[in-house]
Design a protein around this ligand. Structure first.
Ligand SMILES: *Cc1c(COP(=O)(O)O)cnc(C)c1O
Length: 309
């Protein structure tokens, strides 16, 4: 496969240096490439009249450090350092808005599975412009999804609260299956058969004006999920976290995904069945609209979700 530059930013931060995009490389024998033990995060910087604002960076970098901890790794940067570096990198690339991708990984200094007791991992942060993850059309009109044949793994064999590259293989396969079958996205069930989440986003349903989302266990509890839970309460909706069956999903009045990449995206069809009337519902729209106001720091109780340099 010929190497073609995919550069969509000028600089990437790696282990303390601002490195030109094409030089931000690692060795082919890197441990994390072979065994899937890289940790990553994803957050967004939104364009505001006062310049780019990172959205809930404290929570994102805390989760990054927690993911690093559960893998038994260590890094020498604090959340404060990582937030400062992200702002510097966005400024250096001159982006008014962008996606931010921190990653921590083990290089080629070890062979085989065995790791040193507390491996100091490499840390990098990349930024790139990223529009609507499921396209402008999907974002506006809603997406069509299928229940995947792949399931979220058992909690005894996974670390569901951490963003680990290896754990994403199930998501990649589910997404591939959904795409090849003509759907926009996959929904993964948990090992018991209850609805867990999308391939990289959480799910909510609305029934009789009440909002429901699967409780934490098998799913990765997203920061956007937390935003929506808080926004729903602020708007006066009843919200419950509980087990949801595929049958309940089919009979929902509304459904939507949440995540840093998808933001709030309506789901209008599941397994060829229309959700509600088959177009984005009013509660979904209200939550989505409020969420985007929050990304601008325009909703009073949630003003501290946006962070400036
Ligand atoms: C990152 C992620 C989400 C969404 O989390 P956010 O913090 O909202 O971006 C949902 N599910 C999985 C599996 C994820 O990795």
């Amino acid at each position: 496969m010929a190497k073609k530059s995919n550069a969509d930013s000028q600089f990437i931060w790696m282990d303390g240096q601002m490195v030109p995009y094409n030089n931000a490389t690692t060795h082919v024998l890197s441990h994390s490439l072979h065994y899937g033990g890289a940790i990553f995060e994803g957050l967004r910087a939104y364009a505001t009249p006062q310049g780019p604002a990172l959205f809930r960076p404290q929570e994102h970098f805390e989760r990054f450090l927690q993911s690093i901890k559960v893998m038994g790794y260590s890094i020498s940067y604090s959340t404060t350092d990582l937030i400062r570096i992200s702002h510097e990198l966005i400024a250096k690339n001159n982006f008014p808005a962008c996606y931010v991708r921190p990653v921590a990984y083990i290089d080629d200094s070890v062979r085989g599975l065995k790791l040193p007791p507390s491996p100091e991992v490499h840390t990098a942060i990349a930024v790139w412009p990223w529009g609507k993850y499921m396209g402008d059309e999907g974002h506006l009109k809603g997406v069509k999804v299928k229940t995947s044949t792949f399931r979220r793994p058992d909690v005894a064999s996974s670390l569901p609260l951490a963003k680990i590259s290896g754990a994403y293989l199930t998501s990649v396969l589910a997404r591939r299956e959904a795409t090849l079958d003509g759907f926009d996205e996959a929904i993964l069930l948990d090992p018991q058969g209850f609805v867990a989440e999308g391939s990289g986003e959480n799910i909510f349903i609305v029934k009789d004006s009440e909002i429901m989302t699967p409780s934490v266990g098998y799913l990765l509890p997203g920061i956007t999920r937390d935003c929506v839970i808080q926004i729903a309460k602020y708007l006066g909706f009843t919200l419950r976290e509980e087990a949801i069956t595929r049958n309940q999903l089919y009979l929902a009045d509304e459904a939507f995904f949440t995540g840093t990449a998808v933001e709030v995206t309506p789901i209008t069809e599941v397994d060829h069945l229309k959700i509600g009337l088959g177009h984005p519902g009013p509660i979904t729209q209200k939550i989505k609209e409020t969420f985007f106001k929050c990304t601008q720091g325009q909703v009073d109780p949630f003003k501290n979700w946006v962070h400036f340099p």
